[in-house]
Every structure is written in C-alpha cells, then in structure tokens.
Design a protein around this ligand. Structure first.
Ligand code: AHG
Ligand code: MN
Ligand code: MN
Length: 338
C-alpha cells in the first residue's frame, strides 16, 4: 500500500481548502518540534533529561526537566516562522509574545508541552497536546483576552504520543487522522485515516483513589459500572488508568471507552484538575471529530467560555453512550431522582 506523509496530507488538504498555507506551516512546525521532543524522551537517562528541573510552574506544580525542555523546543520552533500572533503554554504564566524581530501571523497556538510528566521517570508513555485558534481580527498586540475563545473556535487540535512508537494525531475539522513517526526517514507517515471512537465499549478510565472525593453522580455512575453483569448496565467493565491523558485518550480513540477527571472535593476550588484551553478543549475537539462526546458532566466542554488562560475544568469524554450515561446521572441528581 502506498503511504503518504504528513506533508503530502497537508498539501492535499490545502488544495481542498481545508487548511490555509499558514496553518499548514504551523502544523509542520509543531510536527518538527514533536520529533525533537520524541528524541529527548527516547534518550531518557542517556541524555540526562530525567528527573526534576528544580522549579515550579505557574500552577504550583514541580517541573520535570522534560517539561522545561519540551516547552523550550515548542516555543523556539514556532516563534520565527511568521505564522503565529502569540503562544500560550502550561509552563508559562503569561502569553508568549512573538519577538519583535520576527513577522507575526494570524494564529494562536496553545500547548501542554509534556503531558503525563509523572510518568517520565518510570518510562511510561507521555505526550504533547496542542490547540490552534485564530487571533481575533484587528488585534494589534495579542493579550490574554485574545486567547479566551470557546473550544468550538479551534481551527485545529492534536496530540503527540511518545509511546512504543511516536504518533501524531490531528484534526483540522474534517475528522481525525493519525501519523506514525518513521525514525529512519524522519517523517510522519499517514497510518491511521479517519479514526472513530467505537460506540460500544466496556472500558473506563478514572483515578479511583479519588472515589471518596467524587460528586455523587460520578460515584453512582462508576458504582454501576463496577457492579458489572449483575448491575443495571448488564455487562462487565474493565478499568485502565495510565495517568497520561494523551495515552488514555489514544486508547479510547482506538478501542473505545470513557475517560474521566471529574470535579471532586480536592480540586473544587481550582475548578477541576485538567486545564481547559490546552488539555480539555483540544481533546474534546478530537473526540467529537471522531464521533464521541466530551462533557463536564453538566454541559459540553467545547461550549464553555474561558475566563482565564490556565482555567481548569472537569472532563468526561469518550464513547457517546457512556458520556451521556454520566450526564444522565448528573441530570437525575439535579431533578432529585439519583
Ligand atoms: P501534566 O503532566 O501535563 O500536568 O498532566 C497530567 C494530567 C493528565 O495527563 C493525567 O490524566 C492526570 O494529570 C493524572 O492525574 P493523577 O496523577 O491525579 O492520576
Ligand atoms: Mn497535561
Ligand atoms: Mn504538562
């Protein structure tokens, strides 16, 4: 079978007017940065990149060396190409302005440079998540407010998964497409056309050490899954939790399931655990584009109007029927029936 590369895929999409020349450049540059991050992740201890960086990010989380390296790779790769108006990162408190000696473009790029960083030192899969927005028209100097657009405004979203192979999963609004890094050729090869979240599933992902902190509707939903064939769902469920959102979401895009990092009593003050703009929104776009659903339990994630760059949000996403079952538990609890 003749396989095409990411470059060919993007050029074909540009010809069909699904992507502009600048968006094509942006995705190519992100893919190049992902290759560099992949090299660092793969070398691990050989390159001295494991362990703590000795600093905290804006969210008060201890940074790993690879969090810092991946962030720098993405910022440096993207700042000079002329396709971006500004960037935002999990590891940067404010927005990242394009230095004045480079031209500016019309897109905003947001990213979680290294997702699942608690897994770095134990050699378990980690990833990179990114989201692309248009800079609002007539913006002279982008500021944080320029980024505060709902997930429905994303023009592209994707993630890289640094697993046994390195994958780039992408949506520009016409389905979800996956590419595998061919390390010898140095190119991403189109290996996973039109990914779809399987509708029938019997797998769920949640950190159940937080069970006592969950809201009652989530306790009810997970309790029903755990009762298996004898319970109201009438079948046995399996549980998986990698603790790298990218790896958990990739499993769901491949074989179905539901991923939950819900509101709980430990994270209520912060609004949730995962970040809206560079974790929840891009993953929600990918899952919806693959035929699944993404919700806070109370409403669709992509409709949420962000108020802050580093805002957090509850996340329930995956196979549509399961996401709807969680929403039903919330609705029935509101109506006094659950
Ligand atoms: P990050 O490494 O970018 O801070 O994200 C980690 C996130 C996400 O990838 C994962 O699903 C979740 O945190 C794991 O949380 P727990 O350690 O609470 O299970
Ligand atoms: Mn993350
Ligand atoms: Mn991260």
């Amino acid at each position: 079978m003749k396989r095409i590369t990411l470059t060919q895929f993007l050029i074909e999409n540009q010809r069909k007017a699904h992507v502009t020349a600048d968006l094509r450049l942006l995705i190519e540059v992100v893919a190049r940065a992902v290759k560099a991050i992949s090299c660092n992740v793969a070398k691990g201890a050989l390159a001295g990149v494991l362990g703590e960086a000795g600093s905290d990010n804006v969210q008060g989380e201890a940074q790993k060396k690879l969090d810092v390296i991946a962030n720098e790779i993405l910022l440096q790769a993207n700042e000079w190409g002329g396709h971006l108006a500004a960037m935002a990162s999990e590891e940067e408190e404010g927005i990242w302005k394009i230095p004045s000696d480079y031209p500016k473009g019309g897109y905003l790029l947001l990213f979680d440079p290294l997702d699942g960083s608690s897994n770095i030192d134990v050699n378990i899969s980690v990833g990179t998540i990114f989201s692309v927005l248009r800079c609002p028209r007539n913006t002279v100097e982008p500021n944080e407010a320029s980024f505060l657009q709902p997930g429905t405004a994303q023009v592209a979203a994707g993630y890289a998964l640094y697993g046994p192979s390195t994958l780039l999963i992408l949506s520009v609004g016409n389905g979800v497409h996956g590419f595998t890094l061919d390390r010898e050729m140095g190119s991403f090869v189109y290996t996973h056309p039109d990914l779809e979240v399987p509708e029938q599933t019997s797998e769920y992902a949640i950190n159940s050490s937080n069970a006592r902190y969950w809201e009652p509707p989530v306790q009810r939903y997970v309790g029903e899954l755990q009762r298996g064939a004898a319970g109201p769902r009438g079948k046995d469920y399996n549980m998986r939790w990698v603790a790298s959102m990218v790896a958990d979401v990739h499993r769901i895009l491949t074989r179905g399931g539901v991923f939950m990092y819900p509101m709980d009593e430990k994270n209520r003050e912060k609004g949730g655990k995962l970040r809206l703009m560079y974790e929840a929104n891009p993953m929600a776009m990918l899952v919806e584009q693959a035929g699944g659903a993404a919700s806070t339990g109370r409403s669709r994630i992509l409709d949420v109007q962000p108020e802050r760059l580093h805002q957090r949000i509850p996340v329930i996403l995956g196979s549509r029927s399961e996401v709807e079952a969680v929403e039903r538990c919330y609705r029935e609890a509101r109506e006094g029936g659950g």
